[in-house]
Design a protein around this ligand. Structure first.
Ligand code: GAL
Length: 344
């Protein structure tokens, strides 16, 4: 019997639709609203990623509307592919643990897993009270919280100044040999890369102090070189983020260079982490940045883009939608840009 055109086309349309919706679901869309699997705007600002087995956990500042103003929250999301995230709940809910005052802040949470103690160890920036400008950030300490499970609940342990120094923005770095480092910004002195103690509950040793006014610190080890990245100190306002390189964490570090055309102010974002995905065929290093909206923090966005990296050069391409094959480590930018190529 002859098939009518409808009978032939219908299955073809269904296949096309499902292929395209599959493709849609696996696309990173920098600066757009990023929804979790329940359809809510992902709230993991100033965050960090921890990989356990084949699962990625994304922790960050929970800033959804309607939160109890007495508490500060850290959210936890889980994903296998870095695009589709399931909200695993608020991993930490804390009420001013150090008596800082009503306007206390908890920022840039980062979680490490300690295989020896089998504990998840969360570091956070505790500060306040919030005064005019950055002058309000006088407490300048890290807080530590512990959990037996990735998604929490985390139990607050204590706060301290790492190595006795002021600490504001923090970052995390796990080297290829598994050693864990806390990156912290110490306004009077500079930018520290510091090794954690064996149980991760304290900061043991400064591996390097880079005397540069850099925050939003991030690090990656790629092809035999360390790349350190950070922003200038302009609060919520974006600025040209910069990077330096070294063959050893101890330095010496190169001079700092722009990661993107300075006029774009890092395309309106601020660095939060560098995430290295090593696959069977390639390695992709992802720039994870925050696009802050200080007046409507719940609407702050994310700018995640694969970096051009190698031979001592790191470059953030103009943001476009892109895809990542988590298995092979390969990425694909989905649109050519006018700028970009050649002029780096
Ligand atoms: C930024 C910092 C943010 C937040 C903000 C407050 O420089 O990276 O985490 O502290 O300042 O103004």
């Amino acid at each position: 019997m002859r098939q009518t055109p409808q009978k032939i086309f219908l299955p073809a349309i269904v296949i096309l639709l499902s292929v395209s919706s599959f493709a849609q679901r696996n696309v990173f869309r920098p600066k757009e609203v990023w929804l979790d699997k329940s359809g809510n705007h992902i709230q993991a600002h100033g965050g960090g990623i921890l990989k356990i087995g084949s699962t990625f956990y994304w922790y960050g500042e929970q800033r959804r509307q309607g939160l109890d103003p007495e508490y500060r929250y850290v959210s936890c999301y889980a994903s296998k592919d870095l695009v589709n995230w399931t909200f695993r709940g608020d991993a930490l809910k804390l009420s001013d643990p150090e008596g800082i005052g009503d306007t206390w802040v908890l920022e840039r949470p980062k979680v490490f897993y300690n295989a020896g103690t089998r504990k998840f160890v969360m570091y956070m920036h505790l500060d306040g009270p919030r005064g005019p400008g950055e002058g309000g950030y006088r407490f300048a300490r890290v807080g530590v919280a512990l959990s037996d499970k990735a998604e929490g609940p985390f139990r607050y342990v204590r706060s301290f100044r790492p190595l006795g120094m002021e600490s504001r923005d923090i970052g995390q770095f796990i080297d290829d040999d598994g050693s864990a480092y806390l990156i912290f910004e110490d306004r009077p002195n500079g930018f520290h890369i510091a090794r954690l103690s064996a149980d991760y509950l304290s900061v043991e040793k400064d591996v390097c102090l880079i005397k540069a006014p850099i925050e939003g610190g991030a690090l990656v080890h790629y092809d035999g070189l360390y790349y350190v990245l950070g922003s200038a100190l302009t609060g919520w306002k974006p600025n040209p983020n910069k990077y330096a390189t070294a063959t050893r964490l101890e330095g010496p570090w190169s001079e700092f260079r722009d990661i993107a055309p300075p006029s774009t102010n890092t395309y309106g974002s601020q660095s939060s982490m560098l995430l290295k995905i090593v696959g069977s065929r390639s390695t992709t290093v992802i720039f994870m940045g925050d696009v802050w909206k200080p007046e409507t923090q719940w609407d702050s966005r994310y700018l995640w883009m694969p970096l051009e990296i190698g031979g001592g050069r790191m470059w953030l391409p103009e943001p476009v939608p892109w895809k990542l094959d988590i298995r092979t480590g390969e990425h694909l930018l989905l649109r050519e840009t006018k700028a970009g190529r050649g002029k780096k």
